[in-house]
Design a binder for this molecule. Structure first.
Ligand SMILES: [Fe+2]
Length: 276
């Protein structure tokens, strides 16, 4: 078959998927082809615009290395990451809601004992974090693994400081017999996502700011339970209503204390859904 037209091309592309193709890949690629073709027809994309789009994606690839993930930034800022998360983790009820993983998670963080310091050598207002990991019925979970990471009071993650090799402002803890884990850290500041690349340029072109409200990241895993990847946001932050990655949920906004100079203890109970 040849001589394709604007009308016939889409179904021809769908028909090229071979019979032996994995059924789920067929389903996803069929929908992608139809939606993508419809998008091009609807917007009457010109060849110049399409080359610009390809150059944009090429530039996203060029910006990626082991510390920078431009495609996660793109997915996050387009709201796709939160949409995928909303479908996978409908939330509600008695379990802790999830939010985006973000681009700053790193493997093999330092192990931190309960009572330890997540941000050694980092100046700024200190805060005590005192949390529990519970099953959805309220039973404490001992031995849960909690990865925690955050930005500095200046709004930078460790990978954005110095040569980026040092691990700081992050750590892995284990919950005690009563489900508790606790540590001391510095108040996480609101920060711009990395916006010196193509995603930042796209945000500026759309008249959008690159800011996220201050938050601590948590990845909580416990045997027999579904893991939760989430944040706790700083109550009162000016960017709670306009988080650039659409990640804020009311149930995840907590009190990190005021500016009275005292060291506040932020408390939160993570409730995990029992694995099916
Ligand atoms: Fe973050």
């Amino acid at each position: 078959m040849r001589n394709f037209t604007e009308e016939s091309l889409t179904e021809a592309a769908v028909a090229r998927i071979a019979p032996e193709c994995d059924p789920r890949l067929r389903e996803v690629m069929t929908a992608l082809l139809r939606h993508l073709h419809t998008f091009v027809r609807e917007t009457r994309i010109t060849p110049e615009e399409w080359f610009k789009a390809i150059a944009f994606l090429t530039e996203c690839g060029r910006f990626c290395d082991d510390k920078r993930q431009e495609f996660i930034l793109l997915s996050d800022t387009l709201g796709v990451s939160m949409l995928v998360d909303a479908i996978a983790n409908p939330g509600g009820g008695d379990v802790t809601e999830s939010t985006v993983l973000g681009p700053f998670f790193r493997e093999n963080p330092p192990l931190i004992a309960n009572g330890g310091d997540l941000a050694p050598g980092i100046a700024g207002r200190r805060v005590n974090v005192d949390c529990r990991v519970l099953s959805q019925d309220g039973t404490p979970i001992a031995g849960a693994q909690i990865d925690c990471w955050q930005a500095s009071p200046e709004g930078f993650y460790d990978s954005q400081m110095g040569d980026g090799s040092a691990h700081n402002l992050r750590g892995r803890l284990t919950s005690a017999s009563d489900g508790r884990f606790w540590f001391n850290t510095t108040l996480p500041a609101s920060y711009p996502i990395p916006h010196d690349g193509p995603v930042g340029a796209l945000l500026r072109a759309m008249g959008r700011h690159p800011m996220r409200p201050g938050h601590l990241h948590f990845w909580v895993q416990a045997p027999g339970h579904r893991q939760v990847i989430t944040h706790l946001f700083v109550k009162g932050d000016e960017y709670l209503e306009s988080d650039v990655v659409f990640g804020v949920k009311d149930s995840l906004v907590v009190d990190f204390g005021g500016a009275d100079g005292s060291i506040h203890t932020m408390r939160y109970d993570f409730r995990l859904r029992k694995a099916a």
